[in-house]
Design a protein around this ligand. Structure first.
Ligand code: SAH
Ligand code: SF4
Length: 408
């Protein structure tokens, strides 16, 4: 059964909101910035590095969200930090749990110039041997890919590094994925190891149009003395912002996924309009230059299957041709329809035929099985409160999906 927990009563929440004062957040700061914060509360210079290391450990290894839990930090310093800064988690407005174990959280962040608080969704997908968290980088998107629901929403604002990391911290809180925490009864999580073992920047927004904040967040997520996620288990998905692909390779070093979706410029201009600025040739050149590629470290090419649009064998052939020489995985995504979308998902046989062709050409090409359908957690359907569907729309979409395609 789908389970929905409305964690905070809306009226109470709205009544409380205006009273809340925003203090600067310590999550998302670099070590140097953390040392500056310690300076601001009077920690002498000779202690700053040691104290910064202590804080880092509490924030990212132990996952505390209240200064009072930092036992080896003096009471006075805890009080001084608490007066000036915050380490609180964002508000979780709603948590939904699908019957297949997929979880979706609706989180609320302060306006930060956007006029009103913003809400974003984060999705957790447990599988055998791994647990993947799908993280958002922006509220809305400036780009307008024609098959993507997020693309119909204007950009409301970029998320800060703190807000990007908060999605990971909240998921780890709720799954008991910090030391000395319990996993909730009945939760579906990997049998061994971390509950959140992988992250993908595949939620709302174009991460490379929020480069600095995404970079800071991912460098903290992969820091070996803190959250310690291997860069090989972090994947950043981009629609193809070519200059920032080079920078991602040099400055972040995580795995790359490219939202390809079409293999000819004419069609890609229509589906992924950023292609007009950075056409396929330039995109593929940046991919070829991505540092550290090998058979064990391949770029993922995402390809949404749109009936009669990009799903012919001719497209499959051209795909294999343009990927020649790039260590690549191809991720075929059954199109997730949304109310008002102009596309249909390809038939299952067509998807299989396409997958067989690229498999035979030597590329792994898993077809992404839709997960968490009952809680609408699929790609391209993450959205903010302002765009939440009316109940009737939701039911129509669920019916369409249940009748539909994709599941073997
Ligand atoms: N903006 C980034 C990351 C977010 S989108 C990007 O475009 O790569 C994550 C993936 O879901 C992208 O490959 C996107 O093209 C795909 N997607 C968007 N809408 C979809 C839909 N309705 N059905 C299936 N996949 C979709
Ligand atoms: Fe933005 Fe990615 Fe959606 Fe395109 S597919 S509109 S880049 S979120």
């Amino acid at each position: 059964m789908t389970q929905t927990l409305d964690l905070i009563d809306t009226r109470r929440r709205d009544a409380l909101a205006p009273a809340r004062q925003e203090k600067p957040h310590l999550i998302g700061l670099t070590r140097e910035e953390l040392a500056d914060a310690l300076e601001a509360v009077g920690v002498p210079e000779r202690q700053r590095r040691m104290r910064a290391r202590q804080l880092w450990h509490w924030l990212y290894v132990r996952g505390v969200s209240d200064f009072s839990e930092m036992f080896n930090v003096s009471k006075d310093l805890r009080a001084a930090l608490g007066q000036t800064f915050t380490i609180a988690r964002p508000e979780i407005v709603e948590e939904q749990i699908s019957k297949d174990g997929t979880r979706k959280w609706l989180m609320r962040f302060p306006p930060r110039g956007a006029g009103r608080p913003v809400e974003i969704e984060t999705v957790y997908i447990p599988e055998e041997g791994r647990g993947t968290l799908c993280i958002s980088s922006q509220v809305g998107c400036t780009l307008t890919c024609s098959f993507c629901h997020t693309g119909t929403q204007k950009l409301v604002r970029n998320l800060t590094a703190e807000e990007i990391l908060a999605q990971l911290l909240v998921a780890r809180d709720r799954l008991g994925d910090f030391p000395d925490r319990d996993t909730p009864d009945g939760a579906i999580v990997p049998a061994e190891g971390r509950k959140v073992s992988n992250i993908v920047m595949m939620g709302m927004g174009e991460p490379l149009y929020n480069f600095e904040q995404v970079k800071n967040a991912l460098l903290i997520a992969s820091d070996g003395e803190g959250l310690s996620l291997s860069k090989r288990r972090i994947t950043l998905s981009t629609s193809g912002v070519v200059p920032e692909i080079y920078r991602t390779g040099e400055e972040i070093g995580v795995m790359l996924a490219i939202s390809l979706h079409a293999v000819r410029n004419e069609l890609r201009n229509e589906l992924v309009p950023i292609n007009k600025k950075y056409p396929l040739e330039e995109l593929m050149k940046a991919c070829r230059a991505y540092p550290g590629l090998s058979n064990a470290r391949r770029i993922t090419f995402e390809y949404v299957m749109l009936k009669g649009v990009n799903d012919s064998l001719d497209d499959a052939r051209e795909l294999v041709r343009i990927l020649k020489g790039v260590p690549a995985k191809i991720n075929l995504i059954p199109f997730n329809p949304w109310p008002g979308s102009n596309y249909e998902c390809s038939d299952w046989e067509t998807i299989e035929r396409f997958a067989d062709y690229v498999n035979n050409a030597g590329y792994a090409s898993p077809i992404r099985t839709p997960r968490g359908r009952d809680i609408l957690a699929a790609c391209g359907q993450l959205k903010s409160e302002s765009e939440r569907m009316r109940k009737t729309e939701r039911l129509a979409l669920e019916a369409m999906m249940n009748a539909g395609h994709g599941e073997a």
